[in-house]
Design a protein around this ligand. Sequence first.
Ligand SMILES: [Zn+2]
Length: 134
Amino acid sequence: MHEMSIAMAVVGQVEEAARAGAASAVSRVELQVGELAGVVPDALAFCFELACAGTVLEGAELVTRSVTARARCGACAGEWPVGMPPDLCCPACGRATEVELLSGRELRVLNVTWEDAEDGPPAVPCREPISEEA
Ligand SMILES: [Zn+2]
């Protein structure tokens, strides 16, 4: 399942950061999810809960921030929200050859709230996009 591997990758990334910052509990994880990342929020929330069991993330709340997918046309510099399913044809000039996707594929941990951090949270975990291969 797509969402399960993502959830496990997120948990792995946060666990690593928790170890590095000597945090023993996580209360909240904020995740940035692009419109085109192909993630079903409900399925991800369900998988996240499963993946958290028995880790420092147990009971942590998952907050997903969705990112609108936008594209830019290289021919006329027009920008538009591509929507879902994505429309990669420029609405201004009708071209689809020089289209660049500006956003929408994001999938990364934005922020983590530690339960036991007294001097503020340790370093935010690595902001590398989440790879399902990890
Ligand atoms: Zn255009």
